[in-house]
Write a protein that binds this ligand. Structure first.
Ligand code: ADE
Length: 264
């Protein structure tokens, strides 16, 4: 098994030490499933003050990160043949689970460039293959977004999580939210574990879980549900292979996945 390389360009490398404390991720790093290296542009300056920013051309408040230390840090990173360079910025494309799968499968090296919200020289963008955002909100820098991506990608690498099966299952339905989980006791305060789970009939349990996933997704994340349905329709050529029923009804606004599931 080859090691997945993750290289981060950041002005605050110590921020990443927390990744080693995250059980599953820390173990993947210490066992060589992934290798994390940090590059601080400040170490690639040649003035006495190790200056990484400067005043903006055209005036304005705040400072702008200079291109040279970022380019020099970037050039110092050993390159593998299947490398992808990501720039963290709220202006980027929103990261989806399918991106995490793509980066984990199609590449063996991720380079993550962390900027600062106040601004970086526009030319730094030219280093990136993709500009990515973790959501429509603004953080002070790209470190937390980079750590989020690192966590999500390492989790998908072979060997990180015990059962590859559960990941494959997840990837087939990654647009649906998780069903509810319970453990003992069966009754806690006034809250009871649903009977179907306690009875232990496996067919009924998987039916119930699938219903719950669809119901939760439809009510909490309708746009995700819509995407899932579209994917299902595509996979099933719009017709349920068992009943021969046309599945267009799944897209109706008033469709209730529990009352009227697609497999009935
Ligand atoms: N840098 C600051 N905010 C960010 C965000 N939401 N996503 C990615 N990079 C960022």
């Amino acid at each position: 098994m080859s090691t997945y390389k993750i290289d981060v360009i950041t002005l605050t490398p110590t921020a990443f030490s927390g990744l080693n404390e995250l059980g599953v991720i820390g173990r993947a790093l210490s066992s060589g499933i992934a290798d994390l290296n940090l590059y601080n542009p400040r170490n690639f300056t040649d003035d006495n003050y190790h200056k990484v920013d400067d005043e903006p051309y055209g005036g304005g408040v705040g400072m702008v990160l200079k291109p040279e230390p970022f380019f020099d840090a970037f050039d110092s990173i050993p390159t593998s043949s299947k490398r992808r360079v990501l720039m963290m910025t709220p202006q980027g494309d929103q990261v989806l689970q399918e991106d995490l799968w793509r980066w984990s499968k199609e590449y063996d090296q991720l380079v993550l460039i962390c900027g600062q919200y106040e601004g970086f020289d526009e030319r730094i963008r030219t280093l990136a293959d993709e500009e990515v955002s973790i959501g429509d909100f603004v953080l002070t820098g790209g470190e937390l977004p980079a750590m989020t991506i690192i966590n999500g990608v390492i989790r998908l690498l072979p060997g990180t999580i015990g059962s590859a099966e559960s990941l494959v299952e997840e990837s087939h339905s990654d647009l649906l939210l998780e069903h509810p989980h319970y453990t003992r006791p069966a009754k806690f305060r006034d809250l009871e574990v649903p009977e179907v789970l306690r009875k232990g009939n496996h067919a009924e349990i998987s039916y119930w879980r699938q219903e719950q996933r669809e119901f939760r997704t439809k009510s909490r994340r309708p746009e995700l549900y819509e995407r899932w349905i579209q994917k299902e329709l595509l996979a099933r050529s719009k017709v349920d292979p068992y009943s021969g029923n046309n599945l267009d009804f799944l897209l109706r606004k008033d469709h209730d996945p529990i009352e009227d599931p697609w497999w009935d």
